[in-house]
Each structure stands twice: as C-alpha cells, then as structure tokens.
Design a protein around this ligand. Structure first.
Ligand SMILES: Cc1cc2nc3c(=O)[nH]c(=O)nc-3n(C[C@H](O)[C@H](O)[C@H](O)COP(=O)(O)OP(=O)(O)OC[C@H]3O[C@@H](n4cnc5c(N)ncnc54)[C@H](O)[C@@H]3O)c2cc1C
Length: 458
C-alpha cells in the first residue's frame, strides 16, 4: 500500500485530470495513496448545461460517476462536503465532523455564484450553475407555458412568459439563445393559444457589449443573432436591486420578468476565501509557476496545489488566467504530471498557459468560435462546437450519448416532458397564483415600490 496521502478536493475539470494522470501511472499509484473528495458523486460537464436546460441534451449524458472513475483509475473516492481546510495540521474537516489527513493537497473546488452584494439577488433570482438548476429551469419554462396557455388574459400570458437573464457573458447568452430556440421552435407550435408576442427574453449586461471577453466582431454577431430572435439586450447598466419579478438597473430603469436567472459572475467558495494564503482581489489563491499555492508571505507551499477556477496563475503580464474549463483541464493535467514526476524522481518544467480560444454556442443554428486566433462563426462554428465538446466528454459512452443527442436534435424537437413536479419548480406564491377572470399573473408578487412605479399587475 502506498504511503503518501494525496488528497484531491473537487473532481471537476481540474481535479478529474489530476486523478486521470496519477491513476494512469503505475509508479504514481505505488507512490501515492490517492483520495478524491467531492460533494457530488458525479463529474458535470458545465459547457453543455444550457443545452440541458432546454432538453437539447439529455441530463444524464453530461455527467460521469466518480465511482466509475475511481475503479478504473485505482484511486479512492469519498462523496462528502469539505467544511474546513487546516493547512497547519495538514488535514481537512468534512461534513459529519469526519477528518481526513494529507501529505499533499490539491484544491480544485471550483467557484460559486457571485451576487456582488446586489440586494434581493439571492432571494429573487435563479442561479445557473448545477445540473439541478438546469433541470429546474427547463421544467419551469414548460410549466409556465402550460399556465400561460390556460390563463384568461393576454396580460397574464405576457407576464408568465417573461424571462430576464442577468449577465451577458458566455453563460447568459447561451441560456438566452437556447431558451428562445426551445420556445419558438418547439413550445409555441405546441400551444395553440400562445404567440411569439407573448414571449419576452431580456439579457441585462453592465458592460457595453455582450460576451465582452470575446472579439468585438463576435460580440456583435451574438448581439445581432439574439436580436433577430426577439431577445432584448440591455447594455451599460447593471442590476442594482432585485425584487420579486423586477430588476432595477443602474440607470434607474426597470426590467420586469416572471423568471429571473442570474449568470452575472463567479467567485471562489467560502472554504477557499478563508484560507491563510495570498490572493488576488477577486478572491482566487495566487499560485507560482508550478501551481503551488502561495502563503500569506508569498512563499510557495510544497504541499498545496491550487488549480482551476479558485487559482490565480499570473500570465506573465500581471493578468491572471481566465476561469474556463480548458484552463482547469490544463492545470489539472499539469499537476497530475508533476505528481507522477515526483513519484518517479524526474524533473518538471514550469506550467505554461496558452489560451486556445473560446466557443460560444447559440443553439443548433450557430456558434462563434475562436481557435488559435482564427475567428469562425455560423454553422461551421456549430460543427466545431459540437465536435470539440464531444472529444472532451469523459469516456466513449458519454461521447456516443451526446453525439446522438446532437444528431437527433438537428431533426427532432426538444423533449418537453416536465418530469419535476410543480412543487419543485414553483414557489408557494406561484403555486397559488390565480389565473381566473379578473386576476393578474403577478398580483401576489406586486410590491409597494412597483405599485408606486405604476407597474402594478393587471
Ligand atoms: C453554466 C456554465 C457554463 C459554462 N460554460 C463554459 C464553456 O462553455 N467553456 C468553458 O471553458 N468554461 C465554461 N464554464 C466554466 C467552467 O465550467 C469552469 O471554469 C470549470 O468547471 C472550472 O473547473 P474547476 O475544476 O475549477 O471547477 P469545477 O469544474 O466547478 O469543479 C469543482 C468541483 O468541486 C466540487 N466541490 C465544490 N465545493 C466542494 C466542497 N466544499 N467539498 C467537496 N467538493 C466540492 C464540486 O462538486 C465540483 O465537482 C461554464 C460554467 C458554467 C457554470
């Protein structure tokens, strides 16, 4: 039995690649006693979450169980939540007060939704980070179409079918594009009394263009694509306050929506933010050229590696690597290789980050891609998007499943089976909403502020 305890926290894009490298090497397996801990029992392929949210890709096809990985890679796995990391005593505390010691620690716990302290944002918006978020949104959209179909007034239909997405980054525009595609191509033809004019989707972005990190011509392409499909884009004024069914913007205007989705940003989990390490202003832990975490004095710790969304690796120009799946994968495979080299006593080169580009999916009609500096958009972009993610899926089974989803989705409609119950997707107030004669879809959610603003429902 190997002696040195290698503890990997988080089996996402970063952690999984550490496991794969270490598990693949016989020498490393003999050297390290590897334990992966994750609060979920599966790896989740985030870039396809927007497609899951509309039924374009099946839920289970984008996840991969850690138990299967552990068996194939000969490592141990615990499904548990890490509550605290004690660097001095080299141990972590888990849910249920369990304690797990380590000799070497890899921190790869990703990020959580950042609300920037906007009042009401946590209570009145829906996050879009997990598989459950995506499944719930999909079921909710279908349920709201069912409710709108039965509602008695045009005003009620419009209110029920109003969606706002706060955050016009990659996730926000992908959710908007998928949502509009599902609504227009699948749902509207299925609901005879509903019409495109009943539907509204608004994307709110504080910067002056959507997907601001992409090249300007791609931002422009995305804007035109969404506007052609009836999405309203609000630029240059971020959300300052969120009430039930209403987002207040910095320029004093309001966006009303029955469903508000928050995709405006991420930050490292609290677990990481409280560690006594050097960090950058957005809370990520600074790492050196070998991805070792830097302590408060800026010295690298030999026993702590930080990778993925919670790490800040200097790109050499004072900026830090973007929080993307491709970065996490590169960091994970680098640290995996480094740990194998440690086991075999061979030297290792410093980590070098080279961005490959980006992919923004706009449903089955189009994608914009930048690959090693070359811009591509339209259907060719979609083909590249679909193939790139297929290659990246974990294992042949998932590649086949997602491949078949892509193909069937080209010819067939979205699957609108709701599966989740109304109680799982609607609030108590929404469950009791009166849609009968004289009632209004938003009457229970109307706040004094909105009444003052002349926005009372009905
Ligand atoms: C909706 C969405 C769409 C995205 N689309 C793209 C895209 O198109 N392209 C792209 O490059 N990037 C995309 N990203 C970003 C990308 O997913 C992340 O940059 C990447 O997942 C970061 O990898 P990671 O290993 O750091 O964290 P993750 O992949 O998030 O993995 C973190 C793991 O840690 C576990 N964990 C967290 N806290 C604990 C704890 N306390 N105890 C135990 N386990 C814990 C989690 O369960 C998870 O398995 C998207 C993200 C989202 C949410």
């Amino acid at each position: 039995m190997a002696g040195r305890r290698l503890l990997i926290l988080g089996g996402g894009f970063g952690g999984l690649d550490v496991v794969r490298s270490v598990g693949r090497s016989r020498a490393a397996r003999g050297y390290w006693d590897t334990l992966l801990i994750d609060k979920e029992n599966f790896f989740q392929f985030n870039p396809l979450l927007p497609a899951v949210a509309t039924g374009a890709v099946e839920t289970r096809h984008i996840v991969y169980p850690f138990r299967e990985m552990a068996r194939h890679r000969h490592i141990r796995f615990h499904k548990n939540k890490v509550i605290e990391i004690d660097l001095d005593r080299r141990r972590v505390r888990l849910h249920n007060n369990l304690v797990e010691p380590f000799d070497v620690l890899v921190i790869a716990v990703g990020s959580e939704t950042e609300y920037y302290g906007v009042p009401g944002a946590i209570e009145n918006t829906r996050p879009f980070k997990t598989l459950v978020d995506a499944m719930t949104l999909r079921a909710r959209v279908v349920e709201l179409f069912e409710m709108a179909e039965q509602a008695e007034s045009m005003e009620q239909r419009r209110r029920l079918l109003s969606f706002a997405i706060v955050g016009g980054g990659v996730t926000g525009v992908e959710v908007a594009a998928e949502l509009v595609e599902m609504a227009r191509e699948t749902l509207l033809p299925m609901f005879p009394s509903l019409h495109a004019s009943h539907l509204s989707v608004t994307v709110i972005e504080s910067k002056n263009r959507v997907v601001a990190n992409a090249r300007p011509e791609h931002s422009d392409y995305v804007r035109r694509f969404l506007e052609r499909r009836g999405v309203t884009l609000r630029f240059g004024a971020g959300a300052t306050r969120v009430e039930p069914r209403c987002v207040h913007l910095a320029d004093g205007s309001l966006v009303e929506a029955f469903t508000i989705v928050w995709t405006a940003g991420v930050r490292p989990p609290g677990l990481v933010q409280t560690l006594p390490m050097s960090r950058v202003p957005d809370g990520r832990i600074k790492v050196d050229e070998f991805l070792r975490g830097l302590d408060r004095e800026g010295r690298p710790r030999e026993d702590v590696f930080v990778i993925g969304d919670c790490a800040a690796a200097d790109r050499g120009d004072g900026t830090f690597q973007p929080r993307l799946a491709q970065t996490a994968v590169k960091m994970g495979s680098y640290v995996g290789k480094l740990l194998v080299q440690r086991a075999t006593g061979r030297p290792i080169e410093p980590f070098e980050y080279r961005e490959m580009g980006y992919i923004i999916s706009l449903g089955k009609h189009s994608s914009v891609v930048e690959l090693f500096g070359i811009p591509i958009s339209g259907r060719l972009g979609w083909l590249l998007w679909a193939s790139a993610y297929l290659i990246k899926m974990v294992g042949l089974r998932k590649q086949l499943e997602v491949g078949i989803d892509h193909l069937t989705h080209l010819w067939f409609e979205h699957d609108v089976s709701q599966i989740l119950s109304r109680r799982q997707i609607l609030s108590d107030e929404e469950l009791n909403l009166s849609l009968g004669p004289g009632a209004s879809a938003g009457e229970h959610g109307t706040t004094p502020d909105r009444r003052r603003a002349g926005l009372a429902d009905g």
